[in-house]
Design a protein around this ligand. Structure first.
Ligand code: NAG
Ligand code: NAG
Length: 719
């Protein structure tokens, strides 16, 4: 084994996904007896090293489960234009409601708005001469209540028309109106025109389920339209909910596929997402009813905002457009030309210069620089549809001609047989049970090495193995991802689905990030993904596992290009403990014995889920394995809160770039670590002097360490 000849290792980040032990008790339970053995060998020779595509792991964002409206889009008012239902069905004002009763107030929609694309407005007639002290009016509870926080500023914008002078009181209150968090009275002079009113409200208290009220005491008629309430502190001022964006950023996404999914198709074409109706001033957007996931969106999160989000995430935008096909109706290829033109316009909107027809619209929205759209998907899951191929070719040819560099994604699976049409990439979607997904780590081993690359644009374990996001699901998904890394010569991109769920509208289960108006947590599948964020663009090294238990194990090894850090992920999908011997072969080189870090995702029960009250029951936790030549190393087990500090300490070690391919891995036996209770305080990061000493101690002339063994604890049986 290579580790005998070669010297000690560089900084290894050691990612373990293993069963059975909570992070906090790992040290004390490591005495458990392993019943299985495995030898894991990393071949770090340069001939076999291969660069993983920069784009490998990214995000698929679909407007499902109120992921956007009432989710990452921070707008607090739901149905701000009273348009819900849209032009195709009678509009309704839900969830707006009245303050007062039938004898004091009467509201109805009419089509008197000043906006031509969303003509519905609300007419409010106050009937009372002596109105109740608090006034009568309307309120909006937002998306299951607005999160109003003490000291924060909220920007209210609304359009009002009042033939007579009136005073309107705008307030943020608790859901029953009893608790007043912010309130101000705005005089409106009587004019026959619409007036735009803007008002800042500063909250003097916190309530997570608040509402916006607009009230008056004066008899008469007032019209309202486009009522918006945005928190002042959105991500980069771009309208996104900061905490949810930061969870996206922690995935280090290299691409953002948007806005669906089936959301792109619609049950019926008339309800599909239309980019053109989602751009321009927000007040002028008509909004639409997403009939697949059954909710109205005001389309504040529109095509432009998705492009902006890609930029803010540092992710390549992947625009999935409707190709003239919905779940229930299709445009004949003979009539597809206007749809093709529409998509070309969308690309000009993104990429055209600021003086082009559509580029100028983008520039007017505040982004004169083009957005670098390099990928488009021609439809979603439409391969079997009657007009798919015909329509596909019309889009394909037109886009290829206008934008030769844009990579096009077909909905037809080419993993086992070639496509009958040209494509740069093909979609591959899988939702299955955990055993099947675990075994699918080999799926792309057999794929043709020629032809279009795979975009695994939706994958997840679902149904009984997944619950509402289980450890078991994440383990199978992790194993599947090791297979994608291994096959990343033919797999270019992969994304979990769906990413988000608002806890109040769980249309699809499971999801990676669960939130409500003010809280959020990651399911194990989310935390699993954070362990793979480093792979995009890294160097892949083949791993072989020799074990009678190899059917339950998966692993992958990568090295960062820039820093020469190595990552090893090992998944024990089985229920037995495994004693693991790790070795590596490759170039001989000078190496440092500095230490490595283990990040562990595990739990005592494979069906364990996270929750708002226990959001970190299963999250990655990080501990450092000091691989110095000292016989007693320290296993540090920080709480998730000390993650950043721990990571910073690791970075402070620095790296020796000459180490790159000398992955001679040796791990101190975890069995020898003292139990958690007797762990000393975390060691400070070594000084440059001690780093130098470490290098010297581990120079090729230093005595080689014996191979070390690491026990993988077993998983608990599913209930
Ligand atoms: C928020 O308002 C609700 C409804 O009035 C009330 O039950 C709850 O206690 C309030 N929460 C806080 C934190 O004041
Ligand atoms: C009312 O609206 C019309 C049409 O937009 C405009 O020409 C006129 O100047 C407006 N009047 C006032 C008083 O704002």
């Amino acid at each position: 084994m290579g580790s005998r000849e070669s010297s000690f290792m560089s900084t290894i980040f050691f990612f373990l996904l293993l069963f059975s032990l909570g992070c906090k008790c790992i040290a004390s339970e490591l005495h458990l007896h392993a019943t299985q053995t495995a030898v894991l060998k990393v071949d770090a020779s340069p001939q076999l090293a291969r660069q993983i595509p920069d784009t490998l792991f990214g995000i698929f964002f679909e407007e499902i489960n109120h992921a956007g409206a009432g989710g990452i889009w921070a707008e607090l008012v739901s149905n701000r234009g009273f348009e819900a239902g849209g032009p195709h069905t009678p509009s309704n004002i839900d969830p707006w409601s009245i303050i007062g009763d039938d004898s004091s107030i009467f509201v109805a929609t009419d089509r008197t708005s000043c906006f031509s694309r969303n003509t519905v407005a609300l007419r409010m007639e106050v009937l009372c001469d002596n109105c109740p002290a608090g006034g009568v009016g309307i309120y909006n509870p937002g998306f299951w209540g607005m999160n109003i926080e003490d000291g924060k500023t909220y920007n209210l914008v609304m359009y009002v028309k009042s033939p007579e002078t009136v005073e309107l009181t705008v307030s943020l209150t608790s859901s029953d109106g009893s608790q007043n968090l912010a309130s101000t009275t705005i005089p409106v002079s009587g004019v026959s025109n619409w007036t735009k009113l803007e008002q800042k409200l500063v909250a003097q208290g916190t309530n997570r389920t608040s509402r916006l009220q607009i009230t008056t005491n004066k008899k008469g008629v007032v019209w309202f339209d486009q009522v918006s309430l945005m928190p002042a502190d959105t991500y980069k001022g771009h309208g996104f909910r900061t905490e949810l964006i930061s969870m996206m950023l922690d995935l280090k996404p290299r691409f953002l596929r948007f806005p669906g999914g089936c959301f792109v198709e619609g049950e019926w074409l008339r309800n599909a997402f239309r980019w053109r109706e989602s751009i321009g001033p927000w007040e002028e957007r008509p909004g639409h009813f997403g009939d697949v996931w059954h909710y109205w969106t005001d389309d504040g999160l529109g095509y432009y905002e998705f492009l902006q989000l890609s930029e803010d995430l540092g992710a390549a935008p992947i625009w999935v457009f409707n190709n003239g096909i919905s779940h229930n109706d299709e445009v004949d290829t003979a009539a597809i030309a206007p749809f093709v033109k529409d998509v070309l316009d969308s690309l000009e909107f993104a990429r055209g210069s600021a003086d082009s027809t559509w580029g100028s619209v983008r520039a007017a929205m505040g982004h004169p620089e083009p957005f670098p759209v390099k990928y488009v998907a021609i439809g979603n899951e439409d391969c079997g549809k009657k007009f798919y191929r015909g329509n596909y070719l019309k889009f394909y040819n037109a886009i290829r001609e206008a934008y030769p560099d844009i990579q096009m994604i077909s909905n037809c699976d080419a993993s086992s047989s070639p496509l009958d049409h040209p494509a740069d990439l093909y979609d591959f979607h899988v939702y299955t049970d955990s055993k099947t997904l675990f075994s699918m780590k080999n799926t792309f081993d057999r794929s043709s090495r020629n032809g279009p690359k795979a975009f695994v644009s939706e994958y997840a374990v679902w149904r009984s193995d997944a619950g509402r996001g289980s450890l078991l699901a994440s383990l199978a998904e992790a194993a599947f991802l090791t297979g994608l890394e291994k096959n990343s010569d033919v797999v270019q991109m992969a994304s979990y689905a769906p990413l988000f769920v608002n806890n109040n509208d769980q249309t699809w289960n499971p999801d990676a990030i669960v939130f409500n108006s003010w809280q959020q947590y990651g399911t194990p599948s989310y935390w699993m993904q954070t362990l793979f964020g480093e792979s995009s663009g890294a160097i892949f090294h083949p791993v072989t596992i020799t074990s009678s238990y190899s059917g339950s194990l998966a692993a992958s090894a990568i090295t960062w290009q820039d820093s020469e850090n190595s990552f090893l992920r090992i998944i024990n999908f089985g229920s037995d403990p495994v004693s693991l011997t790790i070795s590596a072969t490759g170039l001989q080189a000078r190496v440092n014995a500095l230490g490595s870090t283990a990040t562990v995702l595990t739990s005592s029960n494979v069906m364990d889920e996270n929750s708002f009250s226990n959001p970190n029951k299963q999250s990655r936790c990080k501990s450092r394995l000091f691989l110095t030549l000292s016989p007693h190393s320290i296993l540090r087990l920080p709480s998730p809160n000390s993650w950043q500090r721990c990571e910073a300490a690791t970075q402070a070690h620095g790296y020796d770039l000459s180490l790159s391919l000398s992955l001679s891995l040796s791990f101190s036996s975890l069995e020898r670590f003292p139990p958690a209770s007797s762990l000393p305080a975390p060691a400070p990061a070594p000084s440059p002097a001690s780093l130098a000493a470490g290098s010297a101690a581990s120079s090729p002339t230093a005595p080689a360490a014996p191979p070390h063994r690491l026990a993988l604890p077993p998983k608990a049986s599913p209930p």
